[in-house]
Design a protein around this ligand. Structure first.
Ligand code: BT5
Length: 259
């Protein structure tokens, strides 16, 4: 696999012709920082057991989708700011997709789904290393699937928006270049994103902030409110009416009700 352009941005880059899950592979193999430094990358175009959040499944058609996992061992900020990393990855993927699809609305649904005209083209799964000193961030991107090859009616792919005939490297380099730029910004800010251009950029491509949402929490409860912003750790802030309060959610499923 020719990955010359992407190689420039990764400290280590490993292409696997087939793998169950790039996240699982990286979590299991990356114990030694000397072999697997910060910003090591593992990818495949044939992921057979992709994982979503909360034990859900990420489906990928062999040869028609990208699965890429990046290892972060931040030295510039601590675990309290790790919450920004999956949001950074979502923004990087939004940048990559928006650079390829010009005639559609490419937005970020909190925490990090990339939607094209409201349909999901990419999902991201962040997992903290067993030693707590880093995070693996995996992204799935639908490349060549037809509508019937996608698992849900509200999913889409690059091909469905006329983006075809590219090399994997052309797509991957856009994601990695953007992710590296955002990671460097996050490091320069020492993870303190409040009031920064980076936070404004995240807010400007968010379809969630400003929307009425239904929030479903991992414990099975749910509540409705208006998403009004992100707090200092990247949690979504929701204003509710009954009772009148602002709640911050770190892990939840969001349904957009109306803008
Ligand atoms: C996600 O979970 O969207 C995170 C997906 C992360 C996948 C990457 S691929 C590289 C790395 N290695 C892994 O094993 N995983 C990561 P969540 O927000 O829970 O959404 C999962 C839901 O998205 C599923 O329940 C389906 O409804 C839907 N879905 C599954 N496959 C999809 C696809 N290819 N395109 C769009 N939606 C999909």
């Amino acid at each position: 696999m020719e990955l010359t352009a992407s190689q420039e941005f990764a400290s280590r880059l490993e292409y696997l012709p087939e793998i169950g899950s790039t996240n699982t592979y990286l979590l299991e193999h990356s114990k030694n920082p000397a072999d697997w430094p910060d910003f090591s990358v593992v990818l495949t175009d044939n992921q057979t057991a992709g994982r979503g959040r909360l034990d859900r499944v990420w489906e990928a058609k062999a040869g028609r989708s990208l699965a890429v996992s990046v290892l972060f061992r931040p030295s510039g900020f601590g675990i309290e700011n790790f919450g920004w990393l999956p949001l950074a990855a979502g923004l990087a993927m939004q940048n990559a997709v928006a650079s390829l699809i010009h005639d559609a609305d490419v937005k970020l649904k909190w925490p990090n789904d990339v939607l094209v005209n409201g349909e999901k083209i990419s999902g991201i799964l962040a997992e903290v290393l067993p030693d707590g000193k880093g995070v693996v961030i995996g992204a799935g991107l639908n490349l060549g699937q037809t509508k019937s090859e996608l698992p849900i009616p509200t999913a889409t792919s690059l091909a469905l928006h006329g983006v075809t005939g590219f090399q994997l490297d052309d797509v991957l380099v856009r994601y990695l270049a953007s992710l590296k730029r955002i990671y460097e910004e996050l490091t320069d800010l020492a993870g303190d994103v409040e009031g920064s251009d980076l936070k404004n950029e995240m807010l400007s491509v968010s379809s969630t902030v400003g929307s009425e949402v239904l929030v479903s929490l991992p414990d099975g409860t749910s509540f409705a409110g208006k998403a009004i912003g992100l707090d200092s750790q990247g949690r979504l802030l929701i204003a509710t009416e009954n009772p009148i309060e602002i709640r911050a959610v770190a892990a939840a499923d969001i349904e957009h009700l109306r803008q």
